[in-house]
Design a binder for this molecule. Structure first.
Ligand SMILES: [Mg+2]
Length: 376
């Protein structure tokens, strides 16, 4: 019943966006426009002839560090039984213990962890959602990629219509600009354009202080938003908790946090109504499952951030029906596309994650390294 890892391959890609996007971090001058997603992939093969594919990602900086860390600890995988995901995760964690259990170190391990879960589900002949235990075959999905700040409002409205017509169930737009009145104008225009029925969210990408966030929250209370996302600095758990207490509109956050303890702090302080963990950023599916279980126990919603290709499975396997973020930026990296209709994204019925890297991705590849077991 046991198998062993025969080879591990890491690759680094820079996947270009169709055009650069700005969120509030760009509007406040803290970051440059986002023009590409950097991806670290991990491919594992075993003595039984199975293969697993996982990936991690960064925006703007960090994937070279992830790749370097993966290269240092990745060889430890050889000869391990890939079914023992938690044990292998711990092995890699201890191999790199000197750089801690968060950030780039665990994000590098994340690519491996996702590959091992993919492999485990393939071995069982099940989609990952089914391996974990699925609650639904389709998950609610909302679009984010059409609502960035560099887009004039007419373009945001047109993209929103396009999304809804293509089957997406909700729309999120970016806010958090230095002039809050401009945020309110854009939000009112989108609400009027879409009507009352379409679920609508906003995302301030951490750019308000506590007073501004409260002021904005009170100003939009009547709009019935699904949530206000990242109103405050990602690490201001107390501030989020106060805001969540003060407002009827749900507060969402968690996408920037890169460790289990940081995410659990949000849960412990009831700092949000909707927790938004991100598998690659939080260190993989293994830590994500811990956090999601604790969030559910605390009565919070879980709406994973970005990477719909992985999160569609995890949202399906989560007791509470929530939302998966529709951002199509990583789609060109893979051969497969997700099916969306009636406001929901269908969980792929292929074994594992149901993903394979497209041949065209070779054009965006920056680095590759492979480890093989002796005689393997
Ligand atoms: Mg966000």
């Amino acid at each position: 019943m046991s198998d062993r890892v025969e080879s591990v391959r890491f690759r680094r890609y820079a996947v270009p966006l169709p055009s650069p996007v700005n969120d509030a971090k760009v509007a406040t001058g803290r970051q440059r426009p986002l023009s590409r997603i950097d991806v670290l992939t991990c491919e594992v093969t075993t003595a039984d002839g199975l293969g697993g594919l996982g990936f991690s990602y960064t925006t703007r900086a960090g994937t070279p560090a992830q790749y370097a860390h993966a290269k240092e600890v990745g060889e430890r995988l050889l000869g391990q039984d890939p079914s023992d995901v938690g044990k292998v995760y711990d092995l890699l964690l201890w191999a790199g213990a000197s750089v801690g259990r968060s950030g780039a170190a665990t994000q590098a391990i994340s690519a491996v962890d996702v590959a091992l879960w993919d492999l485990k589900a393939k071995r069982a002949g099940l989609p990952l959602a089914k391996l974990l235990g699925s609650f639904r075959d389709v998950v609610r999905t909302y679009n984010t990629s059409g609502g960035y700040l560099q887009a004039p409002i007419e373009e945001v409205k047109a993209r929103a219509t396009q999304s809804i017509e293509s089957g997406v169930g909700g729309i999120k737009i970016k806010v958090g600009q230095p002039d809050m009145r401009e945020d309110l104008r854009r939000l009112a225009a989108v609400r009027e354009h879409l009507g009352e029925e379409v679920p609508l969210m906003v995302d301030a990408n951490q750019q308000w202080d506590r007073h501004s966030a409260l002021r904005f929250g009170r100003a939009v209370e009547e709009l019935g938003l699904v949530w206000i996302e990242e109103p405050l600095d990602a690490y201001d758990a107390e501030g989020h908790a106060r805001l969540a207490d003060a407002l009827d509109t749900p507060i969402a956050t968690g996408e920037m946090l890169s460790s289990v303890p940081d995410l659990v702090r949000l849960i412990d302080l009831r700092a949000c109504d909707v927790l938004q963990p991100d598998v690659p950023r939080a260190g993989g599916i293994t830590p994500y499952l811990k956090v999601a279980a604790l969030a559910d126990h605390a009565g919070l919603q879980v709406a994973p951030h970005f990477v719909m290709e992985i999160h569609v499975h995890l949202a399906a396997a989560h007791p509470r029906d929530s939302w998966v973020e529709h951002i199509e930026w990583l789609s060109p990296l893979f051969n497969e596309r997700l099916t969306i209709e009636g406001g929901r994204m269908r969980v792929p019925d292929r074994p594992g994650l149901g993903l394979s890297v497209a041949d065209e991705a070779a054009a965006w590849r920056l680095d590759a390294v492979e480890f093989r077991a002796a005689g393997g």
